[in-house]
Design a protein around this ligand. Sequence first.
Ligand code: DGJ
Length: 367
Amino acid sequence: MIKGLLTICLALCSLLLQAQKLGSFSPGEIWPDNNGVHINAHGGGILLHDGKYYWFGEHKVAGNEGNVAKVGVHCYSSTDLYNWKDEGIALKVSDDPKSDIARGCILERPKVVYNAKTKKFVMWFHLELLGKGYAAARSGVAVADNINGPYTFLKSYRPNALKQPYYPSGTPDAEKQLNCNNPANKFDGFFCRDLPGGQMARDMTVFVDDNGKAYHVFASEENFTLDVAELDDSYTGHTGKFSRVYVGFQTEAPALFKRNGRYYMIGSGCTGWAPNAARWFTADSIFGPWKYHGNPCMGENAHITFGGQSTHVLPVPGKKDAFIFMADKWKPSNAIDGRYLWLPIRFKNDNLEISWLNSWSIDEEWK
Ligand code: DGJ
């Protein structure tokens, strides 16, 4: 009898949760989807397609083992960015232990872009092979005909084997360039070591420019460099043209956007699952030179990005200078309970600032 009442009560509560429409963001709080379940799309990114937003992210499971990929990449859709519908698992991990994306591998920071020429949706992600910790440092790519999947895994590899970097004009020290025969090249050591097999590729994002060219930006060389690498016309491979950014400093979690013809990038330091200070950069050309500007966060807990780590910056269409900073507040002891910190980016001329807000909405922020 009591059990029956409890079941009815729980069903009612879940119905109530489902009926509740959200009209604001509450950074760091539980974020229920259309089923009343906390959104499970960590390290994610958002693609706007045909008037709908699609959020792709790592599906985590409960407990401290939850950070390995037991399920795949989860997809949600929304028309207002507050209320999200569960679209299911867009890319599933494989049951074949020999597959690159075997269940139990590490599959992080998936980002999906649309290729208008091939009419395919292309998903890139950071991949670590089953049982090998973070040693493989590969990029994985999958494609789909429909935005919410199913995505078919194509391949995984370390990008740009045997390719030398591109130095855009104005790159400091460009005249020194890389010389893998010079043992004095300390920070270039990882680059030279990895030249034959391709460069390491961990935390990452993908950015499609106004002219349709796509770029894969990833932490390389044991995270001591960010590579900005051009993708080919199909967006499923690298052309071999890439530049190295902020060499010698460990940068993770890159998120890139463009405003008034200028490229902006926000990233983090490298401290595992623990939060650290964010950092931002600008460039007039995508390959650089990129200028370092320090920490964009302001106020209490700015030195730890309010407990989060960047994953994506979302331009809000129809609003001038409206960009949302998306970050993850990781919970390694119970990965599924990781939270999302979405905050508005505020511009002071060409400088940007990010401040903490307990609750906010797009219409109030950008009237
Ligand atoms: C920080 C990275 O940003 C995450 O994606 C993940 O790789 C963790 N490090 C692992 O410690």
